[in-house]
Write a protein that binds this ligand. Sequence first.
Ligand code: FEO
Ligand code: CA
Ligand code: CA
Length: 680
Amino acid sequence: MDQNVQPLDRIEEGDEPLSNHSANPFFADIAAARMSRRGWIAGGMAAFVTGFLPAGEAAASTTPSAAVTGPQPQIGFQAVPVSSGDTVTVPPGYSVRVLIPQGTMLDGSAGRPLPQMSGEEQGRAIGAHHDGMHFFPIEGRGPDEGSSTEGLLVLNHEYVEPRFMHARATGLSIDRGRMPLEEGARNPDEVLKEINAHGVSVVRIARGTDGAWNVVPDPRNRRVTGATPMEIAGPARGHALLRTRYSPDGTRTRGTLNNCAHGVTPWNTYLTCEENWAGYFRNSTEVDQKPDLPREHERYGVPTGQSRYNWDLARGGADEFVRFNATRLAADATGDYRNEPNGFGWVVEVNPFDPAATPVKRTALGRFAHEGVVFGPVVEGRPVVAYSGDDARFEYIYKFVSARPFQRATANGALLDEGVLYAAKFNADGTGEWLPLAHGQGPLTAANGFADQGEVLLNTRLAADRVGATKMDRPEWGAVDPVDGRVYFTLTNNSRRTEAQVDGPNPRPRNVFGQIVRWREAGDDHAATRFAWDLFVIAGPEADSRVAGGAALTADSSFACPDGLWFDADRRLWIQTDIGEGDQLRGALAPFGNNAMLCANPVTGEMRRFLTGPVGQEITGVVTTPDRCTMFVNVQHPGATTPAADFAAGRINSQWPDAGQLPRSATIVITKNDGGIIGT
Ligand code: FEO
Ligand code: CA
Ligand code: CA
């Protein structure tokens, strides 16, 4: 943490540094220009929100959109109040149980206490920092079809908090970052343990006769970690910039890192997304005593000094660890790991039903800080469309359109290897365009430094800069309305936006509360290259927020920093919050308490707070069983707000989920006491 910046300017643990210095316009500018043009300048925020677009209004001056109509979801629970307690709170009539905290063995046994667990054991146990997640019904026929009492729960493990994992940390003054070095090196088993706590867990679970869900031993239970061998597929496969000592032909790499949100393919596989991966590496190459980083490192913020956890400094210098040092050391790329960071920043496909299947990095979907990926509805004979956000300040929203049509009988991951990746441009008049990132088109030519499509994809951010995409406020999860096909994206916050960047009526020169944007594709064709957008909600406190239609948020619905987002099959929109550790219960974000989850009606904009989490965590990842009667939600990094001095003194500010023990990330299972549908 940089102590010299104000809390709201701080780059949160693991977040990438600001690295988009292009001249592309800002989303805020465009929203401002739009409101300005419509005569809503006077009165600042009040005028802005009074004139806030009614549902579907974006379509008025264009053709593709229309009012949000159709069946409304039933939302019947009593909202829970804001909480700062060290517990999970759900509405009256609902129950919560804890499932698979970090360190639970894949056979369901509790395993040794996490601080005593070895690195190898962690590789056979549930990882850290649970995030995106899906419940695959056990029959395996489709991602949302089949059993509601037994399935494969597949979840991401985003990062680690080493002080809660290692016995050696006890009594030391450590914040939530890296462990201290010992004589300039790291203990290799601690490093292995941290690497093995990343990635994905596949674990079979079943509901017992007592209603409790438990792990069921199964050959398909497995861990994918930061060290698992992976194939590289798509246009960047075999590219010179992917050649390493491990893979001289540039077709393979090891591991997936910082697995934030996820995607579920129409062919029943799981996608895990690599978000803040750049910091795990370092590139200390210098020329004339100045850092000399290639653009495919510099534009993503690969550090020149220490790496995030100092894995590259593991004692003994094993190849599996030194690969995190991307400094140029050898005569060419096949003699060192200068290209190792280029194997990260991708979407990775994992087949949960085939434990022998090698995970595949699907490079056609681009390389950036992938938050998650969400598919448009599939139509037989039409392309597959997938949306993904780049979660860093002033980065972009993308969509991929497959070259080949979807055919249910034969669809597989190869559909994701050929197609067009687009970046979004939001126009001031409520329309938008998808700008292709295709080699040879527009400015993406060899003359401009893009030798081939692999190079475009390895430098996705630079390609999007060149075509003129719109700089957004940290795009996080996307969700697609199951009724009208509108796409919703959370824009979590962006405290770095200056007054100059938001001139006019824009209410948020320092956007600390975030908003949710949505759009409808032209002709309701997800492969279209034009769309119409509006804002679904401007988050914030009651006095500084608005929902489409004009109402403010209330005591039952105020929230900040939307992150996780998911539509259930009944059209309830579930919104999860991630107020950063440095801002929780502080300043402008104090009124929101601990991170929470809300439920929204996309037609009316009605929202209610459904759940609040324990101290220091974020709520992330949500899915239900097909009958919608069991909901799984992840509680990530409880206790992360514990100051280093308090940790040294043994004063941990969360003991969730086990009283008297170190806090651990876990999945929670929510049921309605009458057995009914969650949210009704
Ligand atoms: Fe890992 Fe952008 O949240
Ligand atoms: Ca997230
Ligand atoms: Ca987040």
